[in-house]
Ligand binder design. Structure first.
Ligand code: AMP
Ligand code: MG
Length: 342
């Protein structure tokens, strides 16, 4: 299959072409503010199955349903609690996914057999226009081969899925760079299932205390039942093994310089970059600038594939704000191989 890149800046019919593919039950790569998604009609189970095939995604990992307008939420879930109304009013459109009891129109393949569904209203104008013109909610996971780092440019999408999907809609590099925050509102207490573009602190300002799922911070054994099935899989991983080093930036840099071999790649903060002049290094931003780190982290992880790097070392931001999401992606990429410098 030849994958076409549809660029709305150059082609006045780009949306029309993407919409007719989606309406015909095909999958299309779409930009969002978080990462690129691989979209299909969320109400068509056969179309959604093609997402799982193209990505090689395990069947028990549910998808997020993307909408263009807050009103669509009410047609996709059984009821909308006050907490969800408050969050939607403040953070939508934006990088927040809410898990709620699903309505019967959601096919089982979307929710992976769960009785809940994740819904998000993205802020990326290209995504919103696509969903709006399609006139249907779009189920979309990240547009990468399952297990690999997520895609934050159309070029990344073509690297992973070129030849396997009919089209990708161009929308420039993603400005948030890490996936949406996933919060479950279907239990007694709100529960953070995945840290992302909206921080835990921002959620707690609106909801009070939010429980944090333990799978965010530690490796979960195969025998443990997790709240979000995506939590148990190896994720975001480049080919070379990753070691994450947490702690004060000067001390983590010193640790990495002592332990990294000559064939190591290093993901580091700008302040420490000079220390890794001998290594393939990827500078993800200043130690305190988690926004920039979030934007660069997946490109940095992906960029070592195809180099001679045999091991990767990464400096890790602390858990404040967006740092929790960046640290979570790094730790998962490392299979929770983490060194804490205290
Ligand atoms: P991705 O598509 O790569 O952004 O992954 C979607 C994430 O949302 C995965 O971690 C899923 O496990 C999670 N997710 C989607 N729907 C649900 C749901 N109904 N319950 C719990 N987690 C969900
Ligand atoms: Mg993903």
């Amino acid at each position: 299959m030849n994958t076409i890149l549809l660029d709305p800046v150059k082609d006045a019919d780009a949306y029309k072409k993407a919409v007719s593919l989606l309406r015909a039950g095909e999958v299309v790569g779409m930009p969002t503010e978080t990462v690129y998604g691989l979209a299909a009609n969320a109400l068509n189970g056969a179309a959604v199955k093609k997402i799982f095939v193209a990505k090689g995604r395990p069947q028990d990992n549910p998808l997020i349903v993307h909408i263009a307008d807050q009103k669509q939420l009410y047609t996709l879930v059984q009821s909308v609690p006050e907490s969800a109304k408050k969050l939607a009013a403040i953070f939508w459109p934006g990088p927040l996914t809410m898990i709620l009891p699903k309505a019967s129109c959601i096919p089982d393949v979307v929710s992976a057999g769960l009785d809940t569904v994740g819904i998000r209203l993205p802020s990326h104008p290209v995504a919103r226009r696509l969903i709006w013109e399609a006139g249907i909610p779009l189920a979309a996971p990240s547009a990468n081969t399952s297990g690999r780092p997520s895609t934050t440019t159309s070029k990344h999408v073509l690297e992973d899925l070129g030849g396997k999907i009919p089209a990708v809609l161009e929308g420039g590099p993603c400005i948030v760079g890490v996936e949406s925050t996933v919060i479950s509102l279907s239990g007694a207490k709100p529960r953070l299932l995945r840290p992302g573009g909206i921080s835990l602190e921002q959620l707690e300002e609106v909801l009070g205390e939010v429980e944090v799922d333990r799978a965010l911070c530690e490796k979960i054994g195969d025998d443990v039942r997790v709240s979000a099935p995506g939590m148990k899989y190896r994720h975001y991983a480049p080919k070379a093994p990753v070691t994450v080093v947490c702690g004060d930036p000067e001390r983590t840099a010193a640790y990495i310089t002592r332990h990294a071999g000559m064939d190591a790649g290093v993901i580091c903060f700008s302040e420490c970059a000079f220390q890794f002049a001998m290594h393939e290094r990827r500078v993800i931003g200043a130690a305190g600038d988690v926004q920039t780190q979030a934007r660069r982290i997946f490109d940095a992880l992906r960029s070592f594939d195809g180099t001679s790097v045999r091991e990767i070392w990464a400096q890790c931001p602390n858990d404040r704000g967006l740092g929790l999401a960046v640290a979570n992606r790094l730790k998962k990429a490392a299979g929770f191989h983490v060194i804490n410098i205290v």
